[in-house]
Design a protein around this ligand. Sequence first.
Ligand code: PMP
Length: 311
Amino acid sequence: MKNEFMKYAYFKGEIVEFEKATVSIAAHSLQYGTTCFGGIRGYYRDGKISVFRLKDHYIRLMNASKMLGFEFFVSWEEFKKTVGELIKKNDIKEDFYMRPFVFCSQPRISPKKAGLDFELAIYLLPLADYVSTEKGGIRFMSSTYRKYSDAAIPTKAKAGGSYINSFLATSDAQRNGYDEALMFDNNGNVVEASVANIILIYRDKVVVPDVGSDALEGITVRSMLELLEYNGYEVHREKLDRSMILTADELLVTGTAMKIVYAESLDGRPIGTEDYSARGQAGKYYKLLKSEFEKVISGEHELSKKWLEIF
Ligand code: PMP
């Protein structure tokens, strides 16, 4: 991901130059990770900007703020208006990524909540494809760091501090020569990747971890599952273990940044069984979802209207 931010951001209730949106080094959110955030993609097609499932991202952000007890709320109308103003002010003519987040900038030396005020900020950056599968799929390592449980931190909130878990897991995977970490819970169930959800094709069935697992409820995976259902496939929600991954037909990885990619291997063992020569390669479900999703974001799918917010 290129760190080339767009010129204008939303900060303290107004649109300001990105460089001017700064906080104290003692800010509560910087010390204790007390933020929740969203990651949203926007596309520039035929002279128009369309944002993918903006309202669903807004709802998840407000739910996160609620789960974390931040006592911050902005209405959908206000949020959408701000996003529209930011898009206009930045005069966007390319695909981009948008990061809204709720945070507290007050300087504090204790994590306690009394007297804290939370607020919204949004910044944007250009973002083309994040992960390329030209050289093959993702090579996963089974993470030695477990995914934290919902009993410790709300797993359905994208809570800033909780990303220490993803940081440790991906750093470890990459230090060991892999692309990504596959996260397990304390019982050995497969949960998700470090910053993306998974879809397993197992014995010709589409299987994903149940909603009550410790995975984030990804908006992209939800869309991919709806696309599978649209194409007549049934989706099953179950517990997944490592043996299922190692004997699966396909393992797909999906999230806002990467859209959809396929996994090539787990711990050096190729994914896919039926046709030995096709192991570790792009499978039919991956190809279907990639082409369906491209249609959606180009406005050519029946579901485009439902999912794209046009600015
Ligand atoms: N899991 C985690 C831990 C993530 O950070 C993300 C990225 N937001 C996802 C899954 C995928 O979610 P989404 O499709 O909403 O981007």
